[in-house]
Write a protein of this length. Structure first.
Length: 286
Protein backbone atom coordinates (compact mmCIF):
# COMPACT_ATOMS: atom_id res chain seq x y z
CA UNK A 1 0.00 0.00 0.00
CA UNK A 2 1.45 3.44 -0.92
CA UNK A 3 2.40 5.66 2.01
CA UNK A 4 -0.11 8.36 1.11
CA UNK A 5 -2.95 5.85 1.05
CA UNK A 6 -1.88 4.38 4.39
CA UNK A 7 -1.69 7.87 5.95
CA UNK A 8 -5.16 8.68 4.64
CA UNK A 9 -6.65 5.45 6.00
CA UNK A 10 -4.93 5.90 9.36
CA UNK A 11 -6.12 9.52 9.61
CA UNK A 12 -9.73 8.60 8.87
CA UNK A 13 -9.53 5.78 11.41
CA UNK A 14 -8.00 8.13 13.99
CA UNK A 15 -10.77 10.68 13.46
CA UNK A 16 -13.45 8.05 14.04
CA UNK A 17 -11.67 6.72 17.13
CA UNK A 18 -11.09 10.22 18.56
CA UNK A 19 -14.72 11.19 18.03
CA UNK A 20 -15.95 7.98 19.69
CA UNK A 21 -13.63 8.40 22.68
CA UNK A 22 -14.63 12.04 23.10
CA UNK A 23 -18.30 11.03 23.12
CA UNK A 24 -17.51 8.49 25.83
CA UNK A 25 -15.70 11.10 27.95
CA UNK A 26 -18.74 13.38 27.79
CA UNK A 27 -19.43 17.07 27.19
CA UNK A 28 -17.11 18.33 29.94
CA UNK A 29 -14.19 17.40 27.70
CA UNK A 30 -15.16 20.16 25.24
CA UNK A 31 -16.15 22.87 27.75
CA UNK A 32 -14.21 24.36 30.67
CA UNK A 33 -11.52 21.79 31.44
CA UNK A 34 -9.99 20.84 34.75
CA UNK A 35 -6.21 20.37 34.94
CA UNK A 36 -6.40 16.62 34.39
CA UNK A 37 -8.95 16.94 31.57
CA UNK A 38 -6.65 19.46 29.89
CA UNK A 39 -3.73 17.01 30.09
CA UNK A 40 -5.95 14.18 28.85
CA UNK A 41 -7.12 16.17 25.82
CA UNK A 42 -3.58 17.09 24.78
CA UNK A 43 -2.27 13.56 25.26
CA UNK A 44 -5.07 11.86 23.32
CA UNK A 45 -4.63 14.40 20.53
CA UNK A 46 -0.88 13.66 20.32
CA UNK A 47 -1.45 9.92 20.32
CA UNK A 48 -4.04 10.27 17.56
CA UNK A 49 -1.63 12.33 15.45
CA UNK A 50 1.04 9.70 15.98
CA UNK A 51 -1.32 6.94 14.81
CA UNK A 52 -2.00 8.93 11.63
CA UNK A 53 1.58 9.78 10.61
CA UNK A 54 4.02 7.36 12.26
CA UNK A 55 4.07 4.58 9.68
CA UNK A 56 6.87 2.70 11.48
CA UNK A 57 4.73 1.99 14.56
CA UNK A 58 1.82 -0.39 14.85
CA UNK A 59 -1.50 1.47 14.86
CA UNK A 60 -3.11 -0.89 17.38
CA UNK A 61 -0.55 0.15 20.04
CA UNK A 62 -1.80 3.72 19.77
CA UNK A 63 -5.36 2.47 20.10
CA UNK A 64 -4.42 0.61 23.29
CA UNK A 65 -2.81 3.77 24.66
CA UNK A 66 -5.90 5.89 23.92
CA UNK A 67 -8.14 3.25 25.52
CA UNK A 68 -6.03 3.29 28.70
CA UNK A 69 -6.19 7.10 28.88
CA UNK A 70 -9.95 7.08 28.40
CA UNK A 71 -10.44 4.39 31.07
CA UNK A 72 -8.29 6.33 33.53
CA UNK A 73 -10.26 9.51 32.77
CA UNK A 74 -13.57 7.73 33.28
CA UNK A 75 -12.30 6.24 36.55
CA UNK A 76 -11.22 9.64 37.84
CA UNK A 77 -14.54 11.17 36.76
CA UNK A 78 -16.35 8.44 38.71
CA UNK A 79 -14.26 9.15 41.81
CA UNK A 80 -14.98 12.86 41.48
CA UNK A 81 -18.73 12.22 41.38
CA UNK A 82 -18.57 10.00 44.45
CA UNK A 83 -16.08 11.88 46.65
CA UNK A 84 -15.79 15.57 47.54
CA UNK A 85 -12.24 14.90 48.74
CA UNK A 86 -11.24 13.57 45.32
CA UNK A 87 -12.85 16.57 43.59
CA UNK A 88 -10.87 18.95 45.77
CA UNK A 89 -7.65 16.98 45.23
CA UNK A 90 -7.95 16.66 41.44
CA UNK A 91 -9.70 19.90 40.46
CA UNK A 92 -8.59 22.05 43.37
CA UNK A 93 -10.71 24.46 45.40
CA UNK A 94 -12.20 27.80 44.53
CA UNK A 95 -10.19 30.87 45.60
CA UNK A 96 -11.69 34.10 46.95
CA UNK A 97 -10.18 37.09 45.13
CA UNK A 98 -12.36 39.94 46.41
CA UNK A 99 -14.35 40.10 49.64
CA UNK A 100 -16.44 43.05 50.82
CA UNK A 101 -14.96 45.24 48.10
CA UNK A 102 -11.34 44.49 49.10
CA UNK A 103 -8.83 42.58 46.97
CA UNK A 104 -7.24 39.55 48.65
CA UNK A 105 -3.65 40.12 47.52
CA UNK A 106 -2.29 36.88 49.00
CA UNK A 107 -4.84 34.84 47.05
CA UNK A 108 -3.95 36.73 43.86
CA UNK A 109 -0.30 35.77 44.33
CA UNK A 110 -1.32 32.19 45.04
CA UNK A 111 -3.17 32.01 41.72
CA UNK A 112 -0.39 33.97 39.91
CA UNK A 113 -2.93 36.57 38.87
CA UNK A 114 -1.94 40.20 38.38
CA UNK A 115 -4.15 43.17 39.22
CA UNK A 116 -4.41 43.98 35.51
CA UNK A 117 -5.68 40.47 34.75
CA UNK A 118 -8.15 40.71 37.63
CA UNK A 119 -9.53 44.01 36.33
CA UNK A 120 -9.76 42.55 32.82
CA UNK A 121 -11.86 39.65 34.13
CA UNK A 122 -14.06 42.03 36.11
CA UNK A 123 -14.66 44.16 33.02
CA UNK A 124 -15.84 41.05 31.18
CA UNK A 125 -18.53 40.87 33.88
CA UNK A 126 -19.35 44.57 33.28
CA UNK A 127 -17.77 45.57 36.59
CA UNK A 128 -15.40 48.54 36.55
CA UNK A 129 -15.01 49.31 40.26
CA UNK A 130 -13.66 46.86 42.83
CA UNK A 131 -15.69 48.66 45.49
CA UNK A 132 -18.88 47.53 43.72
CA UNK A 133 -17.97 43.85 44.25
CA UNK A 134 -19.31 42.05 47.30
CA UNK A 135 -17.63 38.78 46.44
CA UNK A 136 -15.42 37.51 43.60
CA UNK A 137 -14.20 33.95 43.38
CA UNK A 138 -11.97 32.02 40.97
CA UNK A 139 -13.45 28.61 40.23
CA UNK A 140 -11.27 25.51 39.83
CA UNK A 141 -11.63 25.78 36.03
CA UNK A 142 -10.14 29.30 36.08
CA UNK A 143 -13.40 31.22 35.56
CA UNK A 144 -14.03 34.23 37.83
CA UNK A 145 -17.57 34.76 39.12
CA UNK A 146 -18.68 38.02 40.67
CA UNK A 147 -21.42 39.00 43.13
CA UNK A 148 -22.17 42.71 43.20
CA UNK A 149 -23.14 44.58 46.34
CA UNK A 150 -26.89 44.77 46.85
CA UNK A 151 -27.18 48.40 45.82
CA UNK A 152 -25.36 47.67 42.55
CA UNK A 153 -27.36 44.61 41.56
CA UNK A 154 -29.83 45.00 38.66
CA UNK A 155 -33.40 45.80 39.66
CA UNK A 156 -35.74 42.84 39.13
CA UNK A 157 -39.53 42.42 39.36
CA UNK A 158 -38.99 40.57 42.64
CA UNK A 159 -37.48 43.69 44.20
CA UNK A 160 -40.66 45.57 43.25
CA UNK A 161 -42.95 42.85 44.57
CA UNK A 162 -44.20 42.02 41.07
CA UNK A 163 -45.07 38.47 40.11
CA UNK A 164 -43.91 37.67 36.60
CA UNK A 165 -45.42 34.93 34.49
CA UNK A 166 -43.19 31.93 33.71
CA UNK A 167 -41.29 32.05 30.43
CA UNK A 168 -41.05 28.84 28.46
CA UNK A 169 -38.68 28.06 25.64
CA UNK A 170 -39.76 29.55 22.29
CA UNK A 171 -40.41 26.94 19.61
CA UNK A 172 -38.94 27.29 16.13
CA UNK A 173 -41.82 26.54 13.77
CA UNK A 174 -40.21 27.74 10.51
CA UNK A 175 -36.64 27.17 9.34
CA UNK A 176 -35.26 27.97 5.90
CA UNK A 177 -38.76 28.58 4.56
CA UNK A 178 -40.02 25.17 5.71
CA UNK A 179 -42.71 24.55 8.34
CA UNK A 180 -41.72 22.32 11.27
CA UNK A 181 -44.79 20.33 12.31
CA UNK A 182 -43.43 18.81 15.53
CA UNK A 183 -42.83 22.14 17.38
CA UNK A 184 -46.24 23.35 16.17
CA UNK A 185 -47.89 20.25 17.63
CA UNK A 186 -45.99 20.78 20.90
CA UNK A 187 -47.64 24.20 21.20
CA UNK A 188 -51.05 22.78 20.27
CA UNK A 189 -51.09 24.70 16.97
CA UNK A 190 -51.38 23.73 13.31
CA UNK A 191 -50.41 24.92 9.84
CA UNK A 192 -53.68 26.76 9.35
CA UNK A 193 -52.97 28.93 12.41
CA UNK A 194 -49.43 29.57 11.18
CA UNK A 195 -50.58 30.59 7.70
CA UNK A 196 -53.13 32.95 9.25
CA UNK A 197 -50.43 34.60 11.38
CA UNK A 198 -48.18 34.99 8.34
CA UNK A 199 -51.03 36.66 6.47
CA UNK A 200 -51.47 39.12 9.34
CA UNK A 201 -47.79 40.04 9.05
CA UNK A 202 -47.98 40.21 5.26
CA UNK A 203 -45.17 37.69 4.87
CA UNK A 204 -44.86 34.73 2.49
CA UNK A 205 -43.65 31.43 3.93
CA UNK A 206 -40.81 31.04 1.41
CA UNK A 207 -39.38 34.43 2.49
CA UNK A 208 -39.05 33.42 6.16
CA UNK A 209 -35.59 32.35 7.29
CA UNK A 210 -36.61 31.66 10.90
CA UNK A 211 -39.98 31.77 12.67
CA UNK A 212 -40.50 31.30 16.41
CA UNK A 213 -43.57 31.16 18.62
CA UNK A 214 -43.25 32.17 22.27
CA UNK A 215 -45.13 30.65 25.19
CA UNK A 216 -47.93 33.22 24.73
CA UNK A 217 -48.64 32.19 21.15
CA UNK A 218 -47.01 35.16 19.40
CA UNK A 219 -45.18 34.56 16.14
CA UNK A 220 -41.88 36.32 15.46
CA UNK A 221 -40.19 35.96 12.07
CA UNK A 222 -36.80 36.77 10.59
CA UNK A 223 -36.74 37.20 6.81
CA UNK A 224 -34.06 36.46 4.26
CA UNK A 225 -34.20 40.11 3.19
CA UNK A 226 -32.84 42.08 6.15
CA UNK A 227 -34.03 45.35 4.60
CA UNK A 228 -37.68 44.44 5.17
CA UNK A 229 -39.03 45.32 8.61
CA UNK A 230 -41.70 43.00 9.98
CA UNK A 231 -44.25 44.60 12.35
CA UNK A 232 -44.01 43.38 15.95
CA UNK A 233 -47.13 41.48 17.11
CA UNK A 234 -49.44 43.80 19.02
CA UNK A 235 -52.01 41.36 20.44
CA UNK A 236 -50.89 41.76 24.06
CA UNK A 237 -50.66 45.54 23.75
CA UNK A 238 -54.14 45.66 22.23
CA UNK A 239 -55.54 43.45 24.99
CA UNK A 240 -53.95 45.66 27.66
CA UNK A 241 -55.43 48.78 26.05
CA UNK A 242 -58.87 47.13 25.88
CA UNK A 243 -58.75 46.20 29.57
CA UNK A 244 -57.74 49.75 30.53
CA UNK A 245 -60.60 51.10 28.42
CA UNK A 246 -63.05 48.79 30.19
CA UNK A 247 -61.77 49.99 33.55
CA UNK A 248 -62.18 53.61 32.45
CA UNK A 249 -65.71 52.99 31.16
CA UNK A 250 -66.75 51.38 34.43
CA UNK A 251 -65.41 54.35 36.38
CA UNK A 252 -67.22 56.74 34.04
CA UNK A 253 -70.52 54.87 34.39
CA UNK A 254 -70.17 54.97 38.15
CA UNK A 255 -69.59 58.73 38.13
CA UNK A 256 -72.45 59.57 35.78
CA UNK A 257 -75.24 57.34 37.10
CA UNK A 258 -77.70 58.73 39.63
CA UNK A 259 -78.63 55.36 41.05
CA UNK A 260 -76.70 54.60 44.23
CA UNK A 261 -77.11 50.85 43.68
CA UNK A 262 -75.74 51.12 40.13
CA UNK A 263 -72.92 53.40 41.32
CA UNK A 264 -71.82 50.87 43.93
CA UNK A 265 -71.96 48.07 41.35
CA UNK A 266 -69.84 50.01 38.81
CA UNK A 267 -67.27 50.98 41.45
CA UNK A 268 -66.98 47.37 42.59
CA UNK A 269 -66.57 46.16 39.00
CA UNK A 270 -63.97 48.87 38.37
CA UNK A 271 -61.92 47.72 41.37
CA UNK A 272 -62.13 44.11 40.21
CA UNK A 273 -60.98 45.15 36.74
CA UNK A 274 -58.11 47.13 38.26
CA UNK A 275 -57.05 44.05 40.22
CA UNK A 276 -57.20 41.88 37.09
CA UNK A 277 -55.06 44.40 35.17
CA UNK A 278 -52.48 44.48 37.98
CA UNK A 279 -52.21 40.68 37.89
CA UNK A 280 -51.94 40.55 34.10
CA UNK A 281 -49.56 43.52 33.65
CA UNK A 282 -46.35 41.42 34.12
CA UNK A 283 -47.57 39.05 31.39
CA UNK A 284 -48.90 41.67 28.97
CA UNK A 285 -45.73 43.78 29.22
CA UNK A 286 -43.31 40.95 28.46
Amino acid sequence: MPNWVEVGVRTLTAVVILYAMTKILGKRQVTQLSLFEYITGITIGNITASISLDLDSSWYLGLISITVWVCVSLGIAFLQMKSKTMRDFIDGKATVLIKDGKVMEDNLKKERLTSDELMQQLRKKRVFRVADVEFAIMEPNGEINVLLTRENQPLTPRHLGIKVGPEQEPQSVIMDGQILDEPLATLGLNRQWLNTELEKLGVALENVYLGQVDSYGQLFVDLYDDQIKVPVPQEKAALFATLKKCEGDLMLFGLTTKSKKAKDMYEQCSKQMEQIIDELTPVLHR
